[in-house]
Structure formats: structure tokens, C-alpha cells
Design a protein around this ligand. Structure first.
Ligand SMILES: [Zn+2]
Length: 244
């Protein structure tokens, strides 16, 4: 059995209190609601940025297609004007040649109609896409600001907890310095293995570590052991300190 005075044992309970507080702070620090909100929105922002980028690329493609169709229509128009010029110049007298020219002009009209239909469709798509890009740009801007605010809120919350953790850490160092080395080592080892709780009060008949009641014999043993050393709970194995 590890030797410890009743005063050492009470100090150990103080240390446990500080360690539990540190553990809770660390848990809160790792599970900040501000961090959760930030993570969700940062993920949404990344998706939005990708959507925005791909919509803009699509818009560029449509602009190139529009230009190509407009150029093509201009070229068809030029060929038609040339053909009509020849048609009405009176220089062509061969019926076969006139027939061929008429067929060519008709084919160019058909080609132009097709191109104009396609152009109209492209322009409609472009209009829709421009509206979408604008929406995404606005949404992206708003979300960027929101994520900035959330980052600040997270930093603030984390900062407060960090300050508290430093204070508690200093407190722990001070309390631990008052506990004999072997007692501290024994407690720390138990604490690591017993879910953060190495020492528990014996309140009445109940071990506050595992909440189980001790038998009369166990109570007598704890009373005897704790007079000069570290008593243990038979159920959970933690150090037991009678405080009654
Ligand atoms: Zn117990």
C-alpha cells in the first residue's frame, strides 16, 4: 500500500477536482458548437466556390459558341448577298446556272435559319447561366462574410477556453506540488486507466467513483487503510478517501 496521510488524501481529492475541470474544458474545446457551425459552412463555401467556377467556365464556353454562330451567320449572309447580286445582275443567262444559284441561295437561307435557331438557344442558355452566376456570386460573398464572422466567434470561444485551461493548468501544478511523488504517480496512473477519475470520495457507504455501496467489511478495511495509506475501492479499483 502507498503511504499517504489523511491530508495528502484530501489534497488528492482537490487535485482530482482540478483534473476533472481540465478534462471538461478540453472536451468543450474539442467540441465547440462554433467550430461545428464553422466546419459546415466552410464546406458549403467550398462547394459554392466550385459551382461558381464551373458555371463561369460554362459561360465562357457559351460566349465562344455564340461568337462562332454570329461569325458563321455573317459569313452565310455575305455569301447570300454575293449570290443575290449575281442573280439580279442580269449577267447569268443560262437557265441551268440560274437554277443552281437558286438552289444555293435556298440552301444558304436554310443554313442561316438553322444557325439563328441555334444562336437563339445559346443566348437563352447564356441568359439563364448569367443569372445563376450572379446568384452564386452573391451567395458566395454572403457566405464568405458569414464564415469570417464564424471564425471570429470560434476564435473567441476557443481563446476563452484556452485562457481557462492555462489557469487550471497552473492550479494543477500548484496542487500537485503538495502531493508526495509516489502518491501522485499512483493517482496519475489510475486516472489514465479509469476514465479520468483516479480518486473518489467515500460518502457514507458509497464510492463516488463507481456509485456502488461497500460492504461492512470493506468499509472497515477502507477505514483502517486510509489511516496511513491509499485505500482502494474493491469494485472500481480507484483510490477511496473517506470524507465523512
Ligand atoms: Zn468504486
Amino acid at each position: 500500500m502507498i503511504a499517504a496521510t489523511p491530508a495528502d488524501q484530501r489534497r488528492l481529492l482537490d487535485l482530482q477536482q482540478v483534473d476533472t475541470a481540465i478534462r471538461q474544458l478540453q472536451h468543450r474545446r474539442a467540441n465547440l458548437p462554433e467550430q461545428k457551425a464553422l466546419d459546415e459552412n466552410a464546406a458549403r463555401l467550398a462547394t459554392l466556390a466550385t459551382e461558381y467556377q464551373s458555371s463561369r467556365e460554362q459561360l465562357d464556353r457559351l460566349a465562344r459558341q455564340q461568337k462562332w454562330h454570329e461569325d458563321e451567320i455573317a459569313s452565310v449572309d455575305a455569301r447570300r448577298k454575293g449570290g443575290e447580286g449575281r442573280m439580279y445582275s442580269g449577267q447569268i443567262t443560262s437557265e441551268r446556272e440560274l437554277e443552281s444559284l437558286r438552289a444555293e441561295l435556298s440552301s444558304l437561307r436554310g443554313r442561316k435559319n438553322d444557325l439563328e435557331d441555334a444562336l437563339l438557344e445559346i443566348m437563352e442558355q447564356r441568359e439563364e447561366l448569367e443569372a445563376r452566376v450572379e446568384r452564386l456570386r452573391t451567395e458566395h460573398g454572403e457566405l464568405t462574410r458569414a464564415v469570417g464572422d464564424m471564425t471570429a466567434a470560434r476564435d473567441l470561444a476557443a481563446g476563452d477556453l484556452d485562457v481557462e485551461l492555462v489557469q487550471r493548468g497552473e492550479e494543477r501544478t500548484a496542487v500537485a506540488a503538495e502531493v508526495p511523488g509516489p502518491v501522485l504517480g499512483y493517482y496519475d496512473d489510475l486516472r489514465a486507466r479509469k476514465d479520468g477519475v483516479g480518486v473518489a470520495e467515500l460518502r457514507g457507504r458509497t464510492c463516488m467513483g463507481c456509485r456502488l455501496e461497500l460492504t461492512a467489511t470493506e468499509l472497515e478495511d477502507v477505514a483502517a487503510d486510509s489511516a496511513h495509506g491509499l485505500a482502494r475501492c474493491e469494485q472500481c479499483g480507484r483510490i477511496l478517501v473517506p470524507t465523512g
